[in-house]
Design a protein around this ligand. Sequence first.
Ligand code: THU
Length: 124
Amino acid sequence: MNKELIKIAKKVSQNAHAPYSNFKVGAALITKSGKIFSGCNVENASYGLTMCAERVAIFKAVSEGFKEFIEMVIYVDSDTLFSPCGACRQVIAEFSSDIKITIFSNKEQIETTIKELLPLAFKL
Ligand code: THU
C-alpha cells in the first residue's frame, strides 16, 4: 500500500464539500506512469447531484489524459470503515480491471481489489 497515497487521500478529504452528510471522503490514485490524482466528495443542495470522491479523482485523471491506474486509496473521516458505492465501483472498473484498492478510516483499514469489489463487472 502506497504511503504517499494515504497521506494525500487524508489531506484531500478535508476539502470535501459535505454540509449535508458531514461525511468527508478523500480518494487518491496513482497512474501506471506514476502520476497522482486526488478527489473529495462534492455535495449539492439538490442531493442527487452529489459526486463521490473516487469519481472526482478518476475524472480528473481521465480529463488530463491518464486512464491506466495501478492503485487507489480511499479515506473516510470516521471511526467506521466503509466501502465504495456501486456507481464508483463501476467507474473504477471501466478503467482498471485489476486495480488495488485500500480503504481506511481513523481506526481500520482493508486492502482489496476492484475484482473483489465488483465481480463480473459490466463491460462492453
Ligand atoms: N461518498 C463518497 O464520496 N464515496 C463513496 O463511495 C460513497 C459516498 C460520499 C457521497 C456523499 O457526499 C457522502 O459520501 C454520503 O453519501
